[in-house]
Design a protein around this ligand. Structure first.
Ligand code: FAD
Length: 289
């Protein structure tokens, strides 16, 4: 099912993100985690792309399994930077053949030591255009950044390019993780004012161990509120306590988003069925209403 369609039902819903294995040896354990998360019946599941080490093909394999074998709509991520037109055309053909109906069109992180003048794709908008031209039946998502993409000069410029990307054919947007909902509300106000009207899925990352904090913040540049820092300071050295506190913090963020008019939240569940289940348990009287 297309994500654009399932978002129209107006009910409170959740989706989960998983990532493919970084080595062939990890495939079996990732598959098990994916199956357990799929059994929780989220609205959809997304699969990231670009683990490197030749394991890119697992993205589609997992996305296909989620949709075909587990009956959960899936969203396959695809990056384009420094890829050739042939590689991208092949990936798009594979996505269509696998029966996956949703694609997250991404640029990907810039490779070091590569000559940008030779790239066929420089920005995600180039991939969105390609998808629209060659596979118009696919539902296309794009990434957006409530706290501004780190390469952007300022938010105004970031939103101008975001509008260009959406106008090229994005059906929805998913946000980078954020830990302070006020930043999301402010961002939504600004993009709506700029004329971006597609659904925006806020991305919430449950931080369930102290080591994850530095990694997540380094990756995303997200602001970490004092309230959250205190939780990590207090419980970070106790894995079970931090897990409970991290799930509770993410749940709290989600409830606040729902209370403020958001209907669908995307959770960066990081191949952790216990985290996904914990969040759904906390929302059992809300999801689906
Ligand atoms: C929801 C989400 C999912 C992600 N999933 C993955 C994944 O699966 N695999 C992975 O490798 N990475 C993933 N990423 C990370 C992403 O690849 C990086 O953040 C990357 O640096 C930017 O990707 P983008 O698609 O947002 O790029 P773009 O939309 O191209 O934007 C990148 C930068 O370029 C600017 N820009 C855009 N268009 C133009 C233009 N025409 N001219 C000049 N500047 C422009 C933007 O303002 C921004 O600063 C994800 C990020 C998010 C938020």
């Amino acid at each position: 099912m297309k994500i654009g369609e399932l978002l129209k039902n107006g009910k409170y819903s959740i989706s989960f993100e998983v990532f493919p294995p970084k080595t062939d040896a990890n495939f079996a354990s990732v598959r098990t985690a994916v199956r357990e998360i799929a059994r929780l019946h989220p609205a959809f599941m997304s699969v990231t792309y670009g683990a490197g080490g030749g394991t890119d093909r697992y993205t589609l394999e997992i996305a296909r399994e989620i949709a075909r074998e587990h009956g959960v709509p899936s969203l396959a991520h695809l990056t384009c930077v420094a890829s050739t037109r042939e590689t991208v055309a092949q990936r798009i053909a594979e996505i269509r053949a696998a029966g996956v109906e949703n694609v997250m069109a991404l640029r990907g992180d810039l490779p070091e030591a590569s000559d940008a003048s030779t790239w066929a794709y420089r920005h995600a908008v180039d991939l969105v255009r390609e998808l629209n031209a060659t596979a118009p039946e696919l539902c296309i998502g794009g990434a957006c950044y409530p706290e501004v993409h780190p390469e952007s000069r300022d938010q105004r410029e970031d939103i101008r390019y975001l509008k260009e990307k959406v106008d090229a054919g994005c059906d929805f947007l998913t946000t980078q993780m954020f830990f302070d909902n006020a930043l999301l509300y402010n961002f939504l106000y600004k993009i709506r004012e700029a004329g971006i009207t597609v659904p925006v899925l806020p991305g919430v990352m449950p931080i369930t161990n102290a080591r994850q904090v530095d990694r997540a913040v380094k990756l995303s540049g997200s602001f970490v509120p004092q309230r959250f820092k205190s939780i990590v300071d207090r419980f970070g050295s106790d894995d079970a306590a931090m897990m409970q506190a991290g799930v509770a913090y993410a749940t709290d963020q989600i409830i606040d988003l729902y209370a403020n008019g958001i209907r669908h939240v995307h959770v960066y569940s990081m191949n952790k069925p216990a985290v996904a289940a914990g969040i759904l348990r906390n929302l059992s009287e809300i999801i689906g209403k």
